[in-house]
Write a protein that binds this ligand. Structure first.
Ligand code: DLL
Length: 440
């Protein structure tokens, strides 16, 4: 089936179409200023630079970037909650946060200028997807500490579009709004879009009853096959939007109508792809971990932040006229974070809940699959010998309780299956706990 034709435009031609040389100059100036700021104002980063034997004067431009030490989620853990800020807390107008493997939230502060920067980047993303004045935009990403809702919401204001802040969940109401209010743009996770499509099909609501021209989907890995399915089922044009709380939220990059590669706003977020083993920058087109330096952020700027997302970078000019570096769709992570229906979940969070129950042993696996296009998480855990002899009713009771506790910690409902003692696999080396069957 031919893909839906869509009219798109460039929001900021100066920023998005500059030559490689110009871009490198802009990046260099901003990098040098950011390094100085970080060294002067952020004790943890000053310490890292001191330990690496680097002073701000050593960084004269973009070619010196690899001299700088990396940052990582552990810097958020160790400096929780406000120790990563480069401005006084009073200059922060908003906090967002995402949960992390470290057990502590990664707290990110935005100054007024950071909110303006975020809005501008999202205007670039949304213009790239054809959103402009007069459009009616259904935002089904969660509003709150998660960045998915409020980011695009502010961009709608600047674009002159009308935001409908539906937020996540309540599928019948989402469908009611889609049918009755006739929004022409939707933003949510790709898996939720497929779920909405399936529910609509069950209700006999066809794409012709909707008015959607485009969807801007992200916050979790998704394939081109899934994009095709969404476009076919919903009759819209699907765009991939990428971002992470630590760097900005959504709007670090977004695909255009010409290819599946994601244009990165590299004048603000300098991308590198590095070898996961050695940390050495990799050449164009090689697969590695994505690293960003958010050189214009005021609240929580980061230098060489390792996202652990796996991708490749490309530098050629795109048919759309933009010259920004582009990255391949992110389909995996080098670390162990699971993204279930757009929510970050860590095996360690689940383990921590289970270990408070005497009825189970610390032998478990997590299986993730897709049912009706929605991610489903099943946790199989072994019962203790003593509990194993109890009645089926008691077993079901504990399964229910565990599911409730896990949902309240992670925000995701898990199916719990209590298994016989010693029935799950063991390992002499690293144990494989997660069986992700979604992308098979
Ligand atoms: O997911 C921000 C966001 C909201 C992006 C809405 C797009 C749309 P976090 O919760 O901090 O922020 O999670 C960031 O999600 O490091 C990736 O692993 C993954 N991710 C985000 N966008 C994509 C995408 C938001 N388009 C983590 N494709 C990132 C694949 C994505 N993975």
């Amino acid at each position: 089936m031919a893909r839906k034709e869509i009219q798109t435009y460039i929001w900021d031609a100066k920023a998005e179409c500059m030559s490689q040389d110009e871009l490198r100059k802009v990046q260099s100036t901003r990098l040098v200023a950011c390094v100085k700021r970080m060294y002067e104002r952020v004790p943890y980063y000053r310490k890292k630079m001191d330990e690496a034997g680097i002073v701000p004067e050593d960084i004269k431009g973009i070619d010196d970037l690899p001299k700088l030490p990396f940052t990582d989620k552990y810097d958020f853990r160790d400096n929780y909650p406000f120790g990563t800020l480069a401005v006084p807390r009073e200059d922060i107008v908003r906090f967002h946060a995402s949960s992390g493997t470290t057990g502590r939230m990664k707290v990110v502060g935005y100054t007024r200028a950071d909110i303006a920067l975020w809005t501008d980047c999202l205007c670039r993303s949304m213009a790239r997807s054809g959103v402009g004045k007069g459009d009616l935009v259904h935002i089904a990403y969660g509003y709150g500490l998660f960045t998915g809702g409020l980011g695009p919401h502010y961009a709608c204001d600047t674009l002159g579009a009308t935001a409908i802040p539906v937020s996540g969940g309540n599928t019948p109401r989402q469908i009611q709004i889609l049918r009755e209010w006739q929004p022409n743009v939707i933003l949510c996770t790709p898996s939720y879009m497929l779920h909405l499509a399936d529910k609509m099909a069950e209700m006999g609501v066809g794409p012709e009853e909707l008015n959607l021209k485009c969807g801007i989907f992200g916050a979790e890995p998704w394939t081109v096959e899934m994009r095709n399915q969404i476009e076919e089922k919903v009759g819209l044009r699907a765009f991939d939007i990428y971002g992470l709380s630590e760097i900005l939220g959504p709007g670090v990059g977004c695909a255009c109508a010409h290819s599946d590669l994601i244009h990165l706003e590299a004048d603000h977020f300098i991308p590198e792809v590095v070898d996961p083993e050695t940390g050495k920058p990799l050449p164009e087109g090689e697969l590695g971990e994505l690293v960003f330096s958010s050189v214009t952020k005021e609240g929580t700027p980061l230098l060489r932040y390792n996202t652990h997302d796996l991708t490749r970078l490309y530098y050629g000019k795109c048919e759309c006229g933009r010259t920004t570096p582009r990255m391949e769709k992110v389909t995996g992570r080098a670390d162990d974070m699971l993204i279930i229906r757009g929510v970050n979940v860590f095996p360690t969070q689940i383990e921590a809940v289970m270990l408070t129950y005497s009825q189970v042993e610390p032998h478990y696996i997590i299986v993730i699959d897709r049912v009706d296009n929605l991610d489903r998480m099943t946790v199989k855990v072994e019962m203790s010998n003593a509990f194993f002899s109890d009645s089926v009713k008691d077993i079901e009771n504990i399964e229910r309780k565990l599911a409730g506790d896990i949902a309240s910690i992670t925000g995701v409902h898990a199916r719990i299956v209590l298994c016989e003692p010693r029935s799950l696999p063991r390992s002499e080396g690293k144990i494989k706990r997660v069986y992700d069957e979604r992308f098979k």
